[in-house]
Design a protein. Sequence first.
Length: 150
Amino acid sequence: MKANLFRHGINLWPPFLLAGIHVTSISADYRQIEVELRMRPWNRNYVGTHFGGSLFAMTDPFWMLGLLHTLGRDYYVWDRAAAIEFLKPGRGTVRTRFDITDVLLEELRSEAAEGAKVLRWFTNDVVDQQGDVVAQVRKQVYVRLKPAAR
């Protein structure tokens, strides 16, 4: 699927739309993805800051989706584990970015070449408008070369 069409579709997906999550850009090759969470009256927590679940959700699928598109159909790619650390109250619009490099892709392909499962941790900083880190999210992704591709 073309990245621009995918971006429009995921921005209309009810869990993201209602949470205030907005994918601002996806490069045509899915290697760079930028996401923001906009503060809305319905996505604030009890004390008036961003709901922690929304901070996590804005990072949830993008390492997996980016790797699915960049590694191709010869690989299984799944989310395996996650953790979030809240560092300061989130207010206003917060952002994060996902970057899939050539080096990363070569490492994953090399590690998975013989059909071994690869578990890789990725870290994203969610930053506010001043550039301060609001939360740090870690995601573990499972990658494995499909048997037919070996």
